[in-house]
Write a protein that binds this ligand. Structure first.
Ligand SMILES: Nc1ncnc2c1ncn2[C@@H]1O[C@H](COP(=O)(O)OP(=O)(O)OP(=O)(O)O)[C@@H](O)[C@H]1O
Length: 250
């Protein structure tokens, strides 16, 4: 069996009277892609924030790469965060910087003593990996939505993360570009041996990228399994409606 990278057990989180996470369990194994699905406000972001130590659980276990996140010192938390690449929904590129500068920024901030040549080599390698070497001197405003996402992924990969978190990677893209981004997520896994959590509302993305689906309902993962185990024959009306909304039977 492959190595367990994330171990979540009986995780609870409330805000005042609002119980958001009510006993979440999940294990994520090395080089696995798990898709987390759930309607708006079900607690997907809260779960991710606990994973990277931005929020602390009220109860339960959140172990990432063998360490309980809530007990880490600031120094250990910072080094854990470097192993987790967060690919934001809006790509989070700095508009006033070129693609090269956007990619250089996290690199020089986090890794000291790199030579100019090493920096350029790393940037070029990752732009190649996402199929956009020609954009190196362009501004984000000159790129399409799909290209921005690719650069965002390349920038996230520049620190060699072990875990990738993709937050709605296909939101706002046309169907063909969505397929390209889904392929990219799979290529990144192949090439960089990353373990990924993909948060999405898009079932095509879920089907293409996910080894397993985890559906967050009422503060817990109610359904867990491959796409075919979870969706086509779902009996829970809420899971079924997810499927029906995305795939209209013809
Ligand atoms: N720091 C906070 N303080 C109070 N309430 C919060 C806080 N963070 C999140 N919440 C609440 O927790 C619930 C879950 O929020 P969360 O952002 O995790 O939803 P989500 O599943 O990521 O939604 P979306 O798909 O819209 O991004 C919401 O009701 C939100 O208002």
């Amino acid at each position: 069996m492959s190595e367990r990278v994330v171990h979540i057990r009986n995780l609870h989180k409330s805000f005042g009277d609002l119980d958001v996470l009510k006993g979440v369990d999940l294990d994520l194994f090395r080089e696995e892609n798990v898709v987390v699905l759930g309607r708006s406000g079900t607690g997907k972001s809260v779960l991710i924030k606990i994973m990277v130590g931005l929020l602390r659980q009220d109860e339960g276990i959140m172990e990432v790469l063998g360490r309980e996140v809530s007990t880490l010192s600031t120094k250990d938390l910072n080094s854990l965060r470097l192993k987790i690449g967060f690919s934001f929904q809006n790509s989070a590129l700095y508009d006033s910087m070129t693609v090269r500068e956007n990619m250089e920024f996290p690199l020089v901030r986090n890794i000291k003593n790199l030579t100019k040549k090493e920096i350029t080599h790393r940037i070029e390698e990752l732009l190649d990996a996402v199929g956009l070497p020609q954009t190196i001197n362009q501004m984000p405003s000159e790129l399409s939505g799909g290209q921005k996402k690719r650069i965002g992924v390349a920038r996230t990969l520049i620190l060699n993360p072990e875990i990738m978190l993709y937050d709605e990677p296909t939101a706002g893209l046309d169907p063909i570009t969505c397929v390209e981004i889904n392929n990219l997520i799979n290529e990144v896994r192949e090439r960089y041996k990353t373990t990924s959590i993909v948060i999405t509302h898009d079932l095509t993305c879920a089907k293409m990228t996910g080894d397993r689906m985890a559906v967050l309902l009422d503060g817990q993962f109610k359904a867990m399994g491959t796409f075919d185990e979870v969706f086509p024959r779902a009996t829970d009306q809420r899971i079924k409606s997810f499927y029906d909304y995305n795939f209209t039977e013809t």
